[in-house]
Ligand binder design. Structure first.
Ligand code: CO
Length: 652
């Protein structure tokens, strides 16, 4: 046992262990050994996924500390150099594979370890080296080849293979930001499983290549010429410690409780979010996570149409999560959770400080001044922040869940990092982009995310309503033309629950309890505010559109099914689009009063700006879940009055 294992064992002894806790490192290693043992003929078994197989909901709901719960691991493994995957379940308690299926057509995700193999394969190819020489690039060590998932574009020679499509940049010197120097129109296509370079596509094979822009645009501190004066010190100090309590993976804060989970694909997961009022715990969400995303680019030239990355389904945000830095990524009184994912050999890999937990002041929560008595009451508000940041090649995705004292649950995506750059003639960017630095173009694209919200609002059976505001026509019932009201309708079946935002109706959706009413006798509820809906521009029948159909509705609702986790399908690397939300909801299952899962698509519409380069300031998108009649009154009304003693007046 290493120190971490011991600490976890001690927690288990203390009753902190819970059946939704992610796999411990020893469990990941044991699962890999068991799967390997079941495939003695495979020379090199590789692992896409080893993660907790979550126990059934009734088992989890009924769990009390000390209950014996069988630990199971879910795995996806494949033989290096062969096609198809084994997907199955390992019983860690029984030490054997208890379920396994071979899926001949499934293509595993691209593992971080394979990024390097792909780059090395392209750089070693004589055709690639000749194309570089034709561009006057002599120092191979300065050349960077980024692997991209290749999609499903029906290109001769690619069918049936698991491939990467690559784009190329170079550094001006060691340590320089290579995204400032795109080597345009040069793409290697690699069979990831065999290492074979299928093609080197050189769009300038017969003409003079586009010049590589060599102006430097750097961002690392050691490459900067100077800095602005340092802003005044701003410390977040909690002299008596933070306001949250952590026991194992359970967080308790200001009435809320939630368990953090983590896996290689989704990264951060929230389990069993609830709120305790008058000593009674009320469930809200059984599970919430970001389950898919796609970044379609808008340029149809020189292979850029192939950029439609599904960073969760094709790479995995969890596997690419950062080890966060105290005082840099995270400010204040911080609690970190470490995470473990499997590497390609099935060994556990530690991501230190993968999840950050802290509190933030959020300004005033409510105020009223009685002008007759000159008496003011004001309460400040704070929020709890649970976050994780992943780096996918050039881009960073920061996933931030916020809980507020007024009961709001918010998800915010902070997109930062370096935009994907392409070459252009200086001063003449294409219509599909913006010149962000002379000769460097950032192309128009979108980031469309899909959150999976498995609700249990005051119980397992829920109902979803669409709420539109109606403006009445002037007439006898509306003599002054001012009348408007909210009209609600139940989304009773899956076919009725494929919905889009409607600004003209000020539309929102409401999740209602079927087993509880509030003081006014109405079903308790939360509403989903789709604050970042985006209109997709990729044609639905295009090669990319077919694979990412979740983007064409902002809301989908399904009855819970254990295998329905990924809105574009589980095996979505090179997918056809046959699996996922569009296929599942074609069953048109009834929803009213079922155990429901809401799927919300949202995102960022992004025409890059010069200000996005060389590193983009965080751009945000997300959604909010507001209590609407969940509470009987303002849940912050009984916050104690408080004057912050550390505040002071300046400049007098
Ligand atoms: Co962007």
């Amino acid at each position: 046992m290493d120190g971490t294992d011991q600490a976890q064992a001690a927690q288990a002894d203390a009753g902190a262990w819970h059946p939704l806790d992610p796999l411990r490192p020893a469990e990941i290693a044991a699962a890999a050994e068991i799967v390997r043992g079941a495939h003695p003929d495979v020379r090199e078994l590789r692992f896409e996924t080893i993660e907790l197989a979550e126990p059934r909901k009734d088992v989890v709901r009924g769990f009390v500390p000390g209950d014996p719960i069988e630990r199971q691991a879910r795995f996806v493994a494949y033989a290096r150099g062969a096609t198809g995957v084994w997907r199955g379940l390992v019983s860690l308690d029984q030490g054997r594979v208890v379920e396994e299926t071979f899926l001949a057509d499934a293509k595993p995700m691209i593992s971080p370890e394979e990024f390097f193999e792909i780059e090395l394969a392209v750089k070693a190819d004589p055709r690639f080296q000749a194309a570089l020489a034709r561009r006057g690039v002599s120092d191979q060590d300065l050349v960077c080849v980024d692997p991209w998932s290749a999609g499903n574009f029906d290109v001769a020679g690619e069918a049936g293979r698991r491939i990467a499509h690559t784009f190329v940049w170079m550094r001006a010197r060691a340590g320089d930001n290579y995204y400032a120097h795109p080597i345009e129109g040069l793409n290697g296509v690699v069979d990831i499983d065999t290492g074979e370079v299928l093609r080197i596509d050189d769009y300038y094979a017969d003409t003079a290549p586009m010049a590589v822009p060599m102006g430097e645009s750097n961002y690392t501190a050691d490459m900067m010429d100077g800095f602005k004066p340092e802003p005044a010190a701003l410390d977040v100090v909690q002299p008596n410690g933070p306001g949250f309590r952590v026991t194992g993976n359970l967080i308790e804060w200001e009435g809320f409780d939630v368990r953090v989970g983590f896996n290689g694909r989704e990264g951060l997961v929230l389990h069993r979010l609830g709120y305790t009022e008058n000593g009674v715990r009320r469930p809200i969400l059984y599970r919430a996570s970001l389950t898919e995303m796609v970044v379609p680019y808008g340029a149809p030239v020189r292979a850029h149409h192939r950029k439609n990355v599904f960073d969760i389904g094709e790479y995995g945000l969890g596997k690419l999560a950062n080890a966060l830095e105290l005082g840099c990524d995270c400010l204040g009184a911080i609690h970190y959770f470490d995470a473990y994912v499997n590497d390609i050999t099935g060994a556990p890999r530690l991501i230190k400080n993968a999840i950050c937990l802290h509190e933030e002041d959020y300004g005033i929560g409510w105020k009223h001044w009685d002008w007759r008595t000159d008496h003011a009451e004001v309460r400040r508000m704070r929020r709890l922040v649970i976050s994780s940041i992943s780096t996918v090649g050039n881009y960073e995705y920061g996933s931030y869940w916020y809980l507020y004292q007024d009961g709001i649950i918010e998800f915010e995506m902070k997109a930062t990092g370096i935009i994907n750059t392409v070459g252009c003639e200086p001063g003449k960017p294409s219509r599909y982009g913006t010149e962000v630095s002379p000769g460097v173009e950032g192309q128009i694209h979108q980031h469309v995310f899909c959150a999976r919200l498995d609700t249990e609002l005051d119980g397992p059976s829920n109902r979803v309503l669409e709420c539109d505001t109606v403006a009445m026509q002037p007439g006898p019932d509306n003599p002054y033309g001012n009348a408007f009201y909210v009209q609600e309708r139940v989304l009773a079946r899956e076919s009725e629950a494929r919905r889009k935002v409607d600004f003209d109706a000020m539309r929102y959706w409401k999740v209602q309890a079927t087993e509880r009413t509030n003081l006014m006798g109405k079903p308790t509820a939360y509403k989903l505010e789709a604050t970042s809906a985006v209109r997709p521009y990729t044609h639905p029948e295009s090669p990319s559109g077919k694979r990412g159909q979740f983007v064409y509705n902002h809301l989908w609702v399904t009855p819970f099914a254990v295998d329905e986790r990924y809105p574009a399908g589980e095996f979505m690397n090179h997918s056809t689009g046959d699996d996922g939300l569009a296929a599942w909801t074609a069953q048109d299952r009834p929803l009213d009063g079922a155990d429901l899962v809401l799927w919300h698509s949202f995102g960022i519409h992004h025409l890059p700006r010069p200000e996005d380069f060389p590193v983009q300031p965080c751009v945000t998108c997300g959604f909010k879940l507001h209590p609407v009649g969940f509470f009987d009154r303002n849940p912050m009304i009984d916050l104690p009055p408080k004057r912050n003693a550390a505040s002071c007046c300046v400049g007098e």
